[in-house]
Design a protein around this ligand. Structure first.
Ligand SMILES: Cc1cc2nc3c(=O)[nH]c(=O)nc-3n(C[C@H](O)[C@H](O)[C@H](O)COP(=O)(O)O)c2cc1C
Length: 163
């Protein structure tokens, strides 16, 4: 069973989520949309995910969703975002995923996020520094991946495929 997991991020979290999903979905291939743009019609199911910056899903993930909407509507589909403010995940999904695709998705989830200054430089490092400080002030735990959400997304797509 061929499953495409197409991801786009800047510092590796979205790719990490893709790899975690692939471990739960035998036959899945992870593609980095920064490097490659596969044809989703060649797959039986597709998951698309990406990192959020300034409220926007990575442009390659957005473009992939928009350009392949009809193909994705015709097969089991799931999507995810990676972001630091998990409670805003549903808002980011609504804002960035075409509504028909969101309605069609077996699952659309925030899979959590990571803030690692070592992976960044310049303005990005400054932005996450201030995000991390405001989280600390509110005594919020540092953002992290959400393994339960990864499992739920994989299970929902698997269930659609088994139908
Ligand atoms: C410049 C910058 C802007 C960000 N903007 C947001 C944001 O608007 N909302 C949010 O929840 N997380 C935001 N984040 C956190 C990222 O979504 C998080 O670090 C995520 O794990 C990045 O995924 P990636 O490693 O695949 O790029 C931002 C991070 C950076 C560096």
């Amino acid at each position: 069973m061929k499953i495409l997991i197409a991801v786009a991020g800047k510092t590796g979290t979205a790719l990490k989520c893709g790899a975690l999903l692939a471990r739960l979905l035998p036959g899945a291939e992870v593609t980095d949309l920064e490097l490659d743009c596969p044809d989703p019609a060649a797959y039986e199911a597709v998951i698309v995910g990406g990192a959020v910056r300034m409220g926007q899903l990575h442009r390659k993930a957005r473009a992939f969703l928009e350009q392949n909407e009809a193909t994705l509507l015709a097969r089991p589909f799931g999507c995810f975002v990676c972001c630091a403010f998990a409670e805003r995940g549903d808002e980011y999904l609504r804002r960035n995923v075409p509504p028909a695709l969101l309605a069609h998705a077996a699952a659309a989830r925030c899979l959590g996020g990571e803030l690692d200054p070592k992976r960044l430089n310049g303005m990005s490092k400054f932005v996450i520094g201030s995000m991390a400080r405001s989280m600390e002030k509110e005594a919020r735990p540092a953002p992290a991946l959400d393994p339960a959400a990864v499992r739920e997304l994989a299970a929902a797509v698997r269930t659609e495929l088994d139908r």
